[in-house]
Design a protein around this ligand. Structure first.
Ligand code: HPA
Length: 273
């Protein structure tokens, strides 16, 4: 059997031994949103360290566990703390949790992240509906022997972020009086923030936000047929766009400042999706 698939199935079995919960919607929570998972109706939690073969996240401030439960009666699985490529894991491990949530039954995936704004119309604290992405700065998570059990060798990527879900996000936000931006997310490897030249490159290519996660997860999920959407919290203007130097504290502060609204929005979206 394909080694990547074998590892994935080991993780699936490890979880299935403990819980037979059937999630409909999977969520991956980015910076500042982590404690959303603590606020839902929790049925069960599983720490990443308890799952055989699972890549365990090392970033301070990121909890590492799956939370199974309900958001307004919608069964969800939440990844509280994601796995980043910059932590040193191979891409197949970075997207393993995404695939795992798909294998557990989640047909829909909501991705969130903190990102730098590359678009001069954006300001810190804005939310951006991801309508497409650019991944040329990272290796594809689909490189390697194809996992035929999940999807085809040459998957179409013309609508990674579901139009239907994007409309639901837009309508939900509008009803809640939350202004949404919309744009293209460009993933870099991190962990360093981009240089001003890289941010100009992103903008020249049509990127509106830059970050270190999400697009690879979206690709893996789309490959296996999940319906995907994503929202970036623009925590800062990307490097070179202001006189400020970037630091993680500023990113965290902005994310924390808008977290309450972001969480309300996520609840609205899960309910309507
Ligand atoms: N670049 C990359 N990732 C980020 C940024 C950024 O400016 N802000 C928050 N996450």
């Amino acid at each position: 059997m394909n080694k990547v698939y074998e590892k994935l199935m080991t993780c699936v079995e490890s979880i299935r031994k403990r819980i037979d919960f059937q999630p409909e919607v999977a969520l991956i929570l980015g910076s500042g949103l982590g404690d959303y998972a603590d606020e839902i109706q929790i049925e069960q939690t599983i720490n990443y360290t308890e799952i055989e073969g699972f890549p365990t996240s090392t970033v301070a401030g990121h909890k590492g566990r799956f939370v199974f439960g309900y958001v307004n009666e919608v069964p969800v699985v939440i990844m509280q703390g994601r796995v980043h490529f910059y932590e040193g894991y191979p891409m197949s491990d970075v997207v393993l949790p995404t695939r795992l949530m798909g294998m557990l039954g989640a047909k829909k995936l909501i991705l969130t992240n903190a990102a730098g704004g590359a678009n001069f119309d954006f300001k810190p604290g804005d939310f951006m509906i991801i309508n497409d992405h650019i991944t040329i700065a990272i290796p594809s998570p689909l490189i390697g022997e194809n996992i035929d059990e999940l999807g085809v060798r040459f998957p179409d990527m013309s609508e990674v972020y579901s139009q239907r879900m994007r409309k639901i996000i837009k309508d939900t936000a509008e009803k809640m009086g939350i202004k949404m931006q919309e744009g293209v997310y460009m993933q870099f490897t991190g962990p360093a923030y981009e240089t001003p030249a890289e941010v100009r490159l992103a903008r020249t290519l049509g990127g509106d936000a830059v970050g270190m996660s999400t697009a690879c997860e979206a690709m893996a999920a789309h490959h296996m047929g999940m319906e995907v959407c994503g929202i970036s919290c623009i925590t800062n203007l990307a490097a070179g766009m202001s006189t400020e130097k970037l630091d993680h504290k500023e990113v965290q502060e902005t994310a924390d400042r808008v977290a309450k609204q972001f969480k309300e929005l996520i609840t609205g979206i899960v309910t309507n999706i």
